[in-house]
Design a protein around this ligand. Sequence first.
Ligand code: J2J
Length: 545
Amino acid sequence: MKVPFTPWPAELAAEYRKQGYWLDLPLSDILERQVQAKRDAIAVICESRQVSYSQLDIWSDRLANYLQLRGLQSGDRALVQLPNRVEFYVCFFALLKIGVVPVNALFNHGRMDLFAYANQVQPKLLIVSSRHSLFKTREFCDQLCQAVPSISEIVVEGDSPFGVGLNTILSCSASYDAPSIYRPKPTAADEVAFFQLSGGSTGTPKLIPRTHNDYYYSIRQSVAVCQWNSSTRYLCALPAAHNFPLSSPGALGAFYAGGCVVLAPDPSPASCFKLIAAHQVNWAALVPPAVILWLEFAPQHQEALRSLQYLQVGGARLSEHVAKRVEPELGVHLQQVFGMAEGLVNYTRLSDPLALRLRAQGRPMSPADEIRVVDEAGLAVPPGQTGALLTRGPYTVRGYFAAPNHNALAFDDEGFYHTGDLVTVLEDGSLLVSGRIKDQINRGGEKIAAQEIENELMAHPQVRLAALLSVADEVMGEKSCAVLVCHAPVPKTIELRKYLRSRGVADFKIPDRFMFVDALPLTAVGKVDKKRLQSQLTLSASADR
Ligand code: J2J
């Protein structure tokens, strides 16, 4: 069975093939070609394990074989939640090989996110880690299986009292190295390979169907723009499943180039600096709050950072004053990256003058990326003026998964994706990200859909109205503030936090601040006037300073 998605128009698809953007190859080709070219080279370093391309291939074959024997087939879906460990790539390639289409949840996602993903894709397979607090016991897993009866197979990374151990499968060469049974069968290259996650701005998190063709192009073009090759040693410190460290050029880019991925459990200096020194890392990718931490710790660790040549920063706006410190204090070359899981990725180029790399968030990586910047009436604004960014192209999707109503708003008749970002285009085509119209909080690169949290807050019996807004923060860039109108007695903030946790809201989505007011400003049609509320909040915050 094929996973439904909104295809590109046939004439554009033909053009993308003609131009060589789409190669009609599955994403598993990324691994296969390195197994041919350099099977013994190290693909991934994960704690004390140095895993070669051929080992990654053997492990992913074993898992693929096991899953096929268990009856999983092309077009089936999987829900995967794994930490930054080599097993993430083993599972990714195994599922690609047999055409099982995964949603790769981020490791800090909570119960609510996992339920939402499982409900949408109806997975047959669950791959989770007992290192996650939700999967230390079988309780949550049982709840999930009860609520989503499509789940019939559970594989667990780490020690676990339930499911089948991933390590048992990977180490069982006698049972699962049997090519006579196992037949790799990826989905067709112009079909869905896996789902990316949208930062979201609506009540339920949206899934982004990415095809082999479009994602493979995004990876190859990223590798070309960043000039990666087999000497690239990439530190993956952001959550491995996120689009940035997966594909911009990320781990898949490093594999495509024949380089090496060094996995860090998190982006803190304590975790990363020693790995950089031990494994001679030369590229890393961070979100701005991590850059600030690195700057703080760098003076005492100059020696550890010696091998690092390039630092990518993206996911949220890097302030120019922090950007200015990066090159002199970390001794690296700065590259800004403005991307999105829906597609479009912008890079500052390695050869761009410093002044541009400090100021701009990059320009589209492909000559086939189409960009429109429009005013509120949808009319094009001239270069130098701010407007809403719309885009389409060979690796920008045409619709979210099973979300016709939202798609009608987020994609226009010409197939342009309305990114929700406000940008200014400079003369050379570089973009400055200057704001946002989507109802989202960008908490240091982690995206929070305001509506999702407002709905949860309004489910509390004492809360009458809720609005989640963004407040400026020096380190995180933005934090979240819930503004509430409550029935008496007004609940304590500690109770509200506990309540949200009890409903399965992930920690990073719990409001950093709460404010209690008598009323919220309303629009003419009676909706909360967030624009007005946001400007009131910004004004009162600047008055406090
Ligand atoms: C300002 N805002 C930015 C930047 C993303 C590479 C890099 C990042 C992402 C990503 C990605 C920004 N300055 N440099 O997928 O491949 C905000 C914008 C954008 C949203 C997308 C990649 N870089 N943003 O962050 O899907 O608002 O992807 O629309 O998580 O992050 O978020 P996400």
